[in-house]
Write a protein that binds this ligand. Structure first.
Ligand SMILES: *[C@@H]1O[C@H](CO)[C@@H](O)[C@H](O)[C@H]1NC(C)=O
Ligand SMILES: *[C@@H]1O[C@H](CO)[C@@H](O)[C@H](O)[C@H]1NC(C)=O
Ligand SMILES: *[C@@H]1O[C@H](CO)[C@@H](O)[C@H](O)[C@H]1NC(C)=O
Ligand SMILES: *[C@@H]1O[C@H](CO)[C@@H](O)[C@H](O)[C@H]1NC(C)=O
Ligand SMILES: *[C@@H]1O[C@H](CO)[C@@H](O)[C@H](O)[C@H]1NC(C)=O
Ligand SMILES: *[C@@H]1O[C@H](CO)[C@@H](O)[C@H](O)[C@H]1NC(C)=O
Ligand SMILES: *[C@@H]1O[C@H](CO)[C@@H](O)[C@H](O)[C@H]1NC(C)=O
Ligand SMILES: *[C@@H]1O[C@H](CO)[C@@H](O)[C@H](O)[C@H]1NC(C)=O
Length: 328
């Protein structure tokens, strides 16, 4: 099952291996199939608003070593430009901008905020720096993948820049230089399925308002500087499959509520300062658990016997804790 808009290779590998077909919305697949092929339907050069916005974006690219944008010029309709796809019903309107892994250097210009039909924006794995401009007119945006760049953005500003993007189901800003603490209103992105903010410099707590994102299936906040408890409210998310919170400064218990998410496939809480004992029935209540990583924490007590019943488990890391007793 193709899963093209997650830039983070770690996560992409995991998603592939789990065959998360339910993650990919049928509409998105259709859109991919239409792609550039249908763009030539439009031979009307009338409304070039989106073309102008794209040229404005190109002007801010200071280095394009592979010549990826060589065909972005006035002689060619913008719907035919590399990486650009347009709507079938609204032929001049750009719906997809796919410019991942092209070694582009530059800034993300505010003009992208004028591409009001945009559904997918993929700028993964380039050298984009600076801020995320306001994209809050992009009310159709479903997928924003800008991982592996050098954006220096405060997460609070990022959520303001995306304020009206209520259709977003994938938001991947991993591996950048995000700072600040995750605002409570993250819960207002109520359509999110996949949220990846890993490998940044986020501080503060994990807000309990994540429980509002009821369709969330993947959350990765790994490798940041987050502290405080893991909110038990995460346990209220019935479709959750991957909870990846390793490499932070999280403390307190492993919330028993997490063991209530029977759909959970992977739980990675390694390299934090979690303490206390594990919920005794963890192996009974998580029948699909494939990956459990709790290494390098301050956990104690007996290793729950119930883990012996987690028959799907393929990776178990309990190392560097204070567990006692026998493994049965
Ligand atoms: C081009 O399309 C945009 C958005 O649909 C519209 O606001 C603008 O008025 C159009 N411009 C022209 C010249 O038709
Ligand atoms: C990007 O740069 C890397 C390393 O210099 C190179 O291997 C790769 O081929 C480049 N990719 C493109 C699309 O230019
Ligand atoms: C966006 O479009 C409006 C008019 O539709 C224009 O006035 C404005 O300059 C554009 N902004 C950018 C950043 O291109
Ligand atoms: C987007 O949200 C802002 C407030 O953040 C609001 O003022 C604006 O009208 C909204 N724009 C659209 C197109 O919905
Ligand atoms: C979360 O949901 C509750 C109840 O639906 C609502 O009152 C609250 O405003 C939401 N919070 C956020 C941050 O979206
Ligand atoms: C995170 O912030 C700390 C302190 O400001 C800084 O030393 C470190 O280099 C930052 N790391 C990243 C990956 O930005
Ligand atoms: C788990 O879910 C059940 C039923 O939905 C509920 O009764 C129980 O209190 C929950 N346990 C925790 C620890 O949240
Ligand atoms: C755990 O596994 C054993 C042996 O397969 C089985 O007899 C027992 O019923 C299981 N317990 C639960 C609570 O699923």
């Amino acid at each position: 099952m193709p899963y093209p808009f997650v830039g983070n290779m770690d996560l992409m590998g995991k998603l592939r291996s789990l065959e998360l077909s339910t993650l990919v919305r049928p509409t998105l697949l259709l859109l991919l199939f239409y792609g550039a092929r249908d763009a030539h339907c439009s031979l009307v050069y009338g409304n070039m608003t989106d073309g102008r916005s794209l040229l404005d974006f190109k002007e801010a690219i200071t280095d394009d070593p592979g010549g990826a944008l060589h065909d972005w010029n006035d002689g060619i309709h913008h719907c035919m430009w590399s990486g650009v796809s347009c709507s079938v019903r609204h032929p001049r309107r750009v719906t997809t901008l796919e410019l991942g892994s092209l070694n582009l250097t530059g800034q993300i210009t505010p003009s992208l905020g004028n591409l009001t039909f945009l559904r997918e924006l993929d700028l993964t794995n380039n050298h984009f720096s600076g801020q995320l401009p306001s994209l809050n007119r992009l009310i159709k945006l479903e997928s924003l993948a800008i991982s592996e760049n050098i954006l220096q953005v405060n997460i609070q500003d990022a959520t303001i820049a995306l304020a009206n993007c209520s259709e977003l189901w994938l938001l991947d800003i991993s591996s950048n230089m995000l700072v600040g603490s995750i605002p409570r209103n993250i819960g207002s992105f109520s359509n999110l399925r996949v949220l990846d903010l890993s490998q940044n410099n986020l501080t503060g707590i994990i807000p309990p308002t994540f429980s509002n994102i009821t369709r969330l299936q993947v959350i990765s906040l790994a490798d940041n500087q987050l502290e405080g408890n893991i909110p038990g409210e995460l346990g209220q998310l019935p479709y959750m499959m991957l909870v990846l919170l390793k490499g932070n400064k999280l403390s307190g218990r492993v919330p028993p509520e997490l063991c209530n998410i029977s759909s959970l496939r992977e739980l990675d809480l390694g390299m934090n300062t979690l303490s206390g004992t594990l919920p005794a029935d963890i192996g009974y209540t998580l029948p699909f658990l494939v990956w459990l990583s709790l290494g390098t924490n301050n956990l104690e007590g007996h290793i729950p016997d119930s883990l012996g019943n987690a028959s799907a488990l393929r990776h178990l890391d309990l190392s560097s804790n204070y567990f006692t007793g026998q493994i049965r």
